[in-house]
Design a protein around this ligand. Structure first.
Ligand code: URA
Length: 250
């Protein structure tokens, strides 16, 4: 990506280009002024115990071997495992490159996603696209999914039961995709994936691991939160660069 284009995406994130006064512009490094000194990737902390994809019970979609993408999509579309099937317009399976290195995981579809059947298509989705572009990734290059495949009415947080019923679908998507890195966006997605109540602020800037295959998982802010709290976009930028560094080391 050209530096001009990257500057454009960083501007969309509300981040300035870092230019040292009195010296020629640095060829590439665009960074928030308060960026911490580079440091080694920390050792995994707060690492959850490996999850058993089959732990949800016999009917769990994660137990079924040999499921392919079309099978899984059809199963999700027909799902009645929780009451959200009564209020959804349609399920929101996930979108993107089925050979992607990056899996982005959000919380649940909102109103627009429920209408269109695709994750992150509203304002938060536009910001997510800009965040990805800022680290050189097109939306089409990654895979995007949610913890829940159905919209909770009124955009309330997913209940523990809904997340437990739905997570096996995401686990099956991960088994098919085999991503190099997972980026969990927002507190709800992060806490559900990591089975923790630790705050998002404490989960950031660490390499967690997910599932049997121990996929590296990095946490950052939800784009909808960043729309409300633009001051934290700098921290999100640090998280994205951290995740890119982790991915490069896999
Ligand atoms: N927020 C999410 O977490 N996921 C979406 O798909 C849309 C908004």
């Amino acid at each position: 990506m050209s530096s001009a284009l990257r500057r454009e995406y960083l501007a969309a994130l509300g981040l300035e280009t870092w230019v040292v006064r009195g010296k020629p512009p640095v060829a590439r490094e665009t960074a928030p002024r308060d960026m911490p000194a580079p440091r080694d990737m920390p050792a995994p902390r707060d690492m959850p115990a490996p999850r058993d994809p089959g732990a949800a019970g016999d009917a769990s979609p994660g137990r079924e071997a040999g499921v392919d993408w079309p099978d899984l999509r059809a199963r999700v579309a027909a799902c009645t495992r929780c009451a959200l099937c009564n209020t959804r317009t349609q399920t929101v399976f996930g979108v993107g490159n089925q050979t992607a290195d990056w899996l982005i995981v959000g919380e649940a579809p909102g109103a627009e996603e429920d209408r269109q059947g695709e994750p992150f298509v509203g304002r938060a989705g536009q910001l997510l696209n800009s965040m990805l572009r800022a680290i050189g990734l097109a939306r089409e290059q990654v895979y995007i999914a949610n913890v829940l495949k159905c919209r909770p009415p009124g955009n309330r947080d997913p209940s523990a039961g809904e997340a437990a019923e739905c997570l096996p679908y995401l686990e099956q998507q991960i088994a098919l995709l085999k991503p190099k890195i997972m980026l969990a966006v927002g507190r709800v997605a992060s806490q559900n994936l990591l089975r923790t109540e630790v705050t998002l602020g404490r989960l950031r800037q660490q390499v967690h691991r997910f599932g049997r295959s121990q996929v590296p998982l990095v946490v950052t802010y939800h784009p909808a939160y960043l729309l409300r709290t633009p001051a934290d976009k700098r921290k999100a930028w640090e998280d994205l660069k951290f995740a890119r560094e982790v991915c490069a080391r896999v």
